[in-house]
Write a protein that binds this ligand. Structure first.
Ligand SMILES: Cc1cc2nc3c(=O)[nH]c(=O)nc-3n(C[C@H](O)[C@H](O)[C@H](O)COP(=O)(O)OP(=O)(O)OC[C@H]3O[C@@H](n4cnc5c(N)ncnc54)[C@H](O)[C@@H]3O)c2cc1C
Ligand code: FES
Length: 251
């Protein structure tokens, strides 16, 4: 983990409310899929904000962020003239699956699952990437290269399957569900549904959890989730954010 100033390479609107921020990342600490960083809000008295890496290649890294509040709205005005203060890579990444990976992304989970899909495709794991959104305006144009099968599900049916990601998988990919591993990132309700799907089909499921964070380095215990472990509470920033879904006490 390092803290450094990184030069912004580009910062573009890629879908409704979603930006991709690309920055220079020259370090011996190479981010792996599922890991995250924290970014200091520009000129605002706010805590650093956590974001998952959405790509890393040739000394360039990126995040995909949704503008929701003061910090993220501030990030949307960053340009190539700016530098940003980054701390990372943080947390654990996804483990390599033992079976064909089915990657599920919802909302702000898109970035880490794109990174994972490209990495797994390069390893010859033939990932299926299922992206869920309310409607097509939230789905960016994707250039994933070879080896990734992309499936889109929208609540209103404006693009791809009409319905949510788990309904989509059960309807269109039922034959694969018995013999795959799920890896997912997105809203809590989607992660819980993915966990239940994994239980139903008796397959493994890795979930990338999201909690509000203060220090993001394991010191404050402000980001804990309840688990089935003896010590009960685990820190999302240090022990996660990726967990086996069976470790989590789902509420
Ligand atoms: C490990 C991790 C990885 C993340 N990766 C991404 C990512 O790749 N892309 C992305 O867009 N966002 C990601 N987030 C969420 C992101 O950190 C928040 O959206 C951001 O901090 C909001 O800052 P803000 O000042 O703009 O909004 P705030 O003013 O802080 O909040 C605006 C609204 O968003 C809600 N909110 C803020 N933070 C979170 C959070 N962590 N979880 C749920 N709701 C939140 C607040 O309750 C409020 O309603 C991640 C969070 C974590 C913990
Ligand atoms: S945010 Fe401080 S321990 Fe996780």
């Amino acid at each position: 983990m390092i803290q450094k100033q990184c030069k912004v390479i580009s910062n573009k609107l890629i879908a409704k409310d979603y930006y991709e921020l690309v920055f220079n990342w020259e370090s011996s600490f190479n981010p792996k899929p599922g890991q995250f960083l924290t970014l200091r809000p520009q000129g605002l008295p706010l805590l650093r904000r956590p974001f998952a890496f959405s790509s890393f290649k040739d000394n360039r890294a990126a995040i995909i962020y949704k503008t929701v509040g003061k910090a993220t709205k501030g990030f949307s005005s960053l340009t190539e003239k700016d530098s940003i203060s980054i701390l990372g890579p943080l947390g654990s990444g996804f483990d390599l699956p033992k079976k064909r990976p089915v990657l599920i992304a919802g909302g702000i989970g898109l970035g880490p699952m794109l990174f994972t899909a490209i990495d797994f495709a390069e390893r010859g794991l033939s990932p299926i990437l299922v992206i869920g959104a309310r409607d097509k305006s939230f789905i960016p144009k994707l250039e994933l290269g070879k080896g990734v099968e992309v499936v889109i599900a929208t609540d209103d049916g404006s693009l791809g399957f009409k319905g949510n990601v788990t309904q989509c998988l059960k309807t269109e990919y039922n034959n694969i569900l018995n013999n795959c591993e799920i890896l997912c990132c997105g809203p809590h309700i989607m992660l819980k549904a993915c966990h239940e799907l994994a239980l139903e089909y008796d397959i493994e499921c890795q979930v990338s959890m999201e909690e509000m964070m203060a220090c993001a380095v394991g010191a404050c215990y402000g980001c804990v989730v309840e688990t089935t472990h003896q010590e009960k509470y685990k820190r999302v920033c240090k022990d996660g954010p990726v967990f086996n879904s069976r470790e989590i006490v789902w509420i």
